[in-house]
Design a protein. Structure first.
Length: 360
C-alpha cells in the first residue's frame, strides 16, 4: 500500500488543524525561523496530514527542527537568482526551508504563466519540500496546471531496473489540474514504495504487503530491514520486477528536469538532506482557453468516474479525491496523529519551551 494511503494506527486524540499549525509555527519560530517561513512550513506539513500523507506531515517537523539545530537548514534571506528569463528561472535555494521555497517558486511561476502561458523555476540546494499534493491543490484551485518534480541528491535507495544497488531517490512527481468540480491531484513516486514508509515499518518490526524491495543479491523482499544500515538493499522502481523499466524511465526524466536543469545533483558530493526541484505552472487561458480546458478535462473525469467498476465495492476514484475528502473531514473533526509523532513533538516543545496541544 502506498505511503500516502497508509492510515496511522493507535492514534492520539484529534486536534484542530488550526491548533496544530499554530503549534508548529510556534516551534519553528522558537527555533529562530522567521515568521513568514514558519507559516509556510507549518501550513504545508499540516496539510500533508489533512490529505492523508502522514509520512510527509507533522512527522517531519522534529527532523526539520533537528536540521535547524545543527545548522543544516538556512533560515534567513531568499534564494539566489542564477538565471532569469521571461518564462524560466534558475535559483540556488541556499538550503532554505523547502515548503517556503517551493511556495515562492509556485507564486513566481504562476504569475509568469498568467502573463506568458507558462512559468518554470529550477531550484538547486533546496531543503526537503514535504508532500507534493499540498502544492498541486493550491495551483489547481486557481485554475492553473502544476508539474512539480523533486529528487534528493544525497539519497540513493532506489535501484535502476535490472540493478541490485540504489542509485536514485524515490523522486516523486506531482501534478494537479482544475476541473469543474474538485481538482485532480497526482502525487506518486517513481519507486514502488518510499523511504518514509519502509523506515516506519522497520521501526515497528513490520513487513511490507508485497515484495517491493531488493536485498543485496537482487532478490525481491518484503522485509524493510534490508534497507537499514549496515544492510545495502534497495527499493524497486515503479512497476517492480516485471515492469520496473517504466519507473526507471520516469526516474531518469525526473533527474533530467531536476538535477540536469539545476546543474546540481548526484554527481556532486555531500550527504546533506534536501532536494533539487522543478516547478512548472501552465495557464490554460494562454492556450485554447480555460473553458476549452475545463470541457475536455471534465469529460475525461466524468468518463473515468462513470466507468463500470471491476469490483462494485471499489468504484473508479480520481487521484486526489480521497485526500480532499479526508481534508474536509479533518478540517471539521480534527487531525489525529500517531503517538510516536506526538511524543516527538512534545519533546521539541519541552526543549523549546512551547506548550503542546495535547498537554502533559
Amino acid at each position: 500500500m502506498p505511503a500516502s494511503s497508509t492510515a496511522p494506527s493507535n492514534l492520539a486524540s484529534p486536534r484542530s488543524a488550526a491548533e496544530l499549525a499554530a503549534f508548529a509555527r510556534a516551534l519553528l519560530e522558537a527555533a529562530a525561523m522567521p515568521a513568514d517561513k514558519a507559516d509556510a512550513v507549518a501550513d504545508i506539513l499540516v496539510e500533508g496530514d489533512l490529505l492523508g500523507h502522514h509520512t510527509h506531515g507533522l512527522q517531519l517537523l522534529p527532523t526539520y527542527l533537528d536540521e535547524i539545530a545543527h545548522g543544516r537548514m538556512t533560515l534567513d534571506g531568499g534564494p539566489e537568482v542564477l538565471s532569469d528569463q521571461p518564462a524560466a528561472l534558475a535559483w540556488d535555494g541556499r538550503r532554505l526551508p523547502g515548503p517556503w521555497l517551493t511556495l515562492q517558486a509556485i507564486a513566481v511561476a504562476g504569475e509568469r504563466a498568467a502573463r506568458l502561458g507558462t512559468g518554470t523555476v529550477s531550484i538547486r540546494r533546496c531543503h526537503h519540500i514535504a508532500a507534493l499534493a499540498t502544492y498541486a491543490r493550491r495551483v489547481a484551485e486557481r485554475g492553473q496546471v502544476l508539474l512539480l518534480l523533486s529528487s534528493a541528491p544525497a539519497s540513493a535507495s532506489v535501484a535502476p531496473f535490472g540493478g541490485a544497488r540504489g542509485v536514485f531517490s524515490p523522486s516523486p512527481i506531482g501534478f494537479g489540474f482544475p476541473t469543474g468540480g474538485e481538482p485532480v491531484m497526482v502525487d506518486v513516486s517513481t519507486s514502488i514504495t518510499t523511504n518514509g514508509l519502509t523506515s516506519q515499518l522497520a521501526r515497528e518490526g513490520r513487513r511490507l504487503p508485497h515484495a517491493w524491495l531488493l536485498d543485496e543479491e537482487g532478490r525481491a523482499s518484503d522485509d524493510p530491514a534490508v534497507l537499514q544500515p549496515p544492510r545495502q538493499g534497495s527499493i524497486q522502481p515503479l512497476g517492480g520486477m516485471d515492469h520496473g523499466h517504466k519507473g526507471f524511465g520516469l526516474a531518469l526524466m525526473v533527474e533530467a528536469l531536476t538535477a540536469g536543469l539545476a546543474g546540481q545533483g548526484r554527481s556532486d558530493p555531500g550527504p546533506r538532506w534536501g532536494a533539487t526541484v522543478f516547478v512548472q505552472v501552465l495557464d490554460p487561458a494562454a492556450f485554447n482557453g480555460r473553458e476549452a480546458f475545463a470541457a475536455q478535462m471534465d469529460w475525461v473525469a466524468a468518463a473515468c468516474e462513470n466507468t463500470p467498476p471491476a469490483r462494485p465495492e471499489a468504484p473508479v476514484r480520481l487521484p486526489g479525491r480521497a485526500g480532499l475528502k479526508r481534508r474536509r473531514q479533518g478540517l471539521g473533526d480534527g487531525v489525529v496523529l500517531q503517538p510516536a509523532v506526538v511524543q516527538g513533538l512534545r519533546q521539541w516543545g519541552e526543549r523549546l519551551g512551547v506548550a503542546t496541544p495535547w498537554g502533559g
